[in-house]
Design a protein around this ligand. Sequence first.
Ligand SMILES: C[S@@+](CC[C@H](N)C(=O)[O-])C[C@H]1O[C@@H](n2cnc3c(N)ncnc32)[C@H](O)[C@@H]1O
Length: 214
Amino acid sequence: MTSDDDRRNFYSRIAAQYDHAVVEHVRYQAHVRVPERLIELHAKKNARVLDLACGTGLGSISFFESGFEVVGIDYSSGMIDVARKRPYKELFCQSIEDDFPVADRSFDMVTALGVTEFVKNPAALMHRIWQKLCPGGLCALTIPKPTDAAQELDIKTYTLEEFLKFVDDQEFEVIETEEFYGWESGHLSVLDGRTGDPHHRVDYNALFLRKKII
Ligand SMILES: C[S@@+](CC[C@H](N)C(=O)[O-])C[C@H]1O[C@@H](n2cnc3c(N)ncnc32)[C@H](O)[C@@H]1O
């Protein structure tokens, strides 16, 4: 089983090549589709965004272009070093499975793109997100759909119904969901010298939630 240290170090080793590989080879879509829909749903000129597992910052480009203030968290120091070249307000190098070092009720949006496949305690993550959102704030996550290759890829996968069990309906309302291609394995591991890894496709559900105003 892949440990957090293994995964963190893997992302640090491939960080400099990540953006090119995911755009050109993986043909990743989440970093464009999810932020652009959030920006439409928010429909205001200003926003504070918390980008969880921000990686190199690809998923915040649309927010930067909208003039939003973005704070990023990722546990890979190599990915954070690349993210520092982007105009984040603040970056924190730590696990998103620990408390976030930001004020409660201080973000209009929270994203978690390309990471629920690795999260050990999704219910705790959802509650932490809820704490950091302003009332009425938006959250969007990508959720990998079940695939026969999950065990071989060592990732968590969920049907939407399974993942929604981690979302407290006193805390969030589901606004909408969207299905799209997620990623194909093999394109990132090759950057780390593993040329023989199999290519398996993983599809995403994107889940858009709003924090309830209680
Ligand atoms: C596939 S990349 C996605 C990066 C970015 N969100 C994107 O969409 O391009 C996965 C990222 O999750 C980070 N990650 C995985 N588990 C994490 C955790 N528990 N805490 C913080 N970062 C984590 C990795 O370091 C890596 O940067």
